[in-house]
Design a protein around this ligand. Structure first.
Ligand SMILES: NC(=O)C1=CN([C@@H]2O[C@H](COP(=O)(O)OP(=O)(O)OC[C@H]3O[C@@H](n4cnc5c(N)ncnc54)[C@H](OP(=O)(O)O)[C@@H]3O)[C@@H](O)[C@H]2O)C=CC1
Ligand SMILES: CC(C)(CO)C(=O)C(=O)O
Length: 318
């Protein structure tokens, strides 16, 4: 470890999520190094700016910014803030920036994301998943708008920690890093269960925001779209159950009520569509549909939503 008290943290993909958590960790005194692509020049010149409803207006300048992982120092923790669609291309950068025995955390939505990346990483690296409960987006190069929430729940996926106690220690260590930066963070015992549960929100809202060109307030206000959201949420719960993960009783109702209380929000997939970036259809739709189908469970509404989104995604990128 680079420093016993201050592990070195690398952010792989400094967008909304990577920029938000990386900035708060750096301001809390951690040694944070940021990998960027299109926004490298802007961030190297002007730093990162966060406009947050929770934390106020914060900046980080100068930023330890890099256009290539080959220039990064070896990091003890790597927080992957890229979209899941970039993971395979980023595997060499993750391996390059990792210190020996580093912990890699995928701060991403969706299912099977660790399973797809794992074979591309050295066995010596610990791989964790992170579920981010936050509403944040990029407003301009290096400028991040934070609308609400912020918690990160962490779970161990795979790596050299064989026994449960060793895994728990690593996950608690990760959660403690976030908490030291003023971010709520808890360890989850079952990462797959946590990923399914997060999908109960993402599957309806992410896709419908693109398909219907609408934010959460409009989607919740109209009776038909509201009923469709509820029905899609219930299908995700069914899929989870078929795969052996029980979503808590009443969870759908709680999510609907929480969304009603939250200011109008455009999910990350909406921003991807508008910016003509690839949509996270594999992780958020194809993987859960496939897992449910393998367990003998068809999810017709989600299947229809997925096919419509594939059409839009292909046309958008062509
Ligand atoms: N935004 C949110 O509120 C939430 C998002 N999530 C999940 O978090 C994940 C990240 O989302 P979000 O932060 O919104 O995404 P963004 O699109 O804002 O950020 C992704 C970042 O990764 C960078 N990147 C991609 N490929 C590379 C590469 N090869 N080299 C360097 N940088 C690269 C992008 O750079 P470039 O600018 O060049 O494309 C961009 O800066 C997703 O899985 C999303 O579903 C989860 C909860 C909430
Ligand atoms: C559920 C939400 C809004 C934040 O937790 C999200 O995951 C997203 O925008 O993709």
């Amino acid at each position: 470890m680079s420093d016993l008290k201050r592990p070195r943290i690398g952010i792989i993909g400094t967008g909304a999520i990577g920029g938000f958590y990386g900035l708060l960790l750096a301001r809390a005194g951690f040694d944070v190094h940021f990998l960027l692509r299109s926004e490298y020049a802007a961030v190297a010149e002007r730093g990162l700016q966060l406009n947050s409803v929770v934390h106020g207006a914060l900046s980080l300048a100068p930023v330890q910014a890099y256009p290539s992982a080959t220039q990064m120092p070896p990091c003890d923790w790597l927080l992957v803030g890229a979209k899941t669609t970039s993971n395979e291309a980023l595997a060499p950068a993750i391996s390059q920036a990792a210190a020996s025995g580093a912990k890699v955390v995928l701060l991403q939505n969706g299912l099977m994301v660790e399973e797809r990346l794992r074979p591309l990483l050295p066995d010596s690296l610990h791989l964790l998943g992170g579920l981010c409960f936050i509403c944040v987006h990029r407003a301009a190069p290096g400028v991040i708008e934070h609308q609400s929430l912020g918690a990160v729940n962490l779970g161990y996926h795979s790596g050299p920690a064989i026994d449960q106690a060793a895994r728990q220690t690593i996950v608690e260590e990760g959660a403690a890093l976030f908490r030291a930066a003023g971010i709520d963070s808890t360890a989850v015992a079952n990462l797959q269960q946590a990923r399914w549960q997060k999908l109960v929100w993402n599957v309806p809202y992410n896709g419908l925001s693109v398909l219907l060109n609408a934010g959460t307030t409009a989607l919740m206000a109209q009776a038909d779209s509201r009923a469709l959201i509820r029905a899609i949420m219930q299908e995700v719960v069914q899929g989870a159950a078929a795969c052996g993960h029980q979503v808590p009783e009443g969870y759908v109702g709680q999510l609907l009520a929480a969304t009603d209380r939250t200011p109008d929000y455009l999910p990350s997939m909406y921003h991807d569509y508008v910016q003509r970036r690839p949509l996270e259809l594999q992780a958020i739709y194809a993987a859960p549909l496939q897992a449910a189908a393998q367990a003998g469970c068809e999810l017709p509404r989600i299947q229809a939503l997925y096919l419509a989104l594939r059409f839009l995604d292909e046309r958008n990128l062509s």
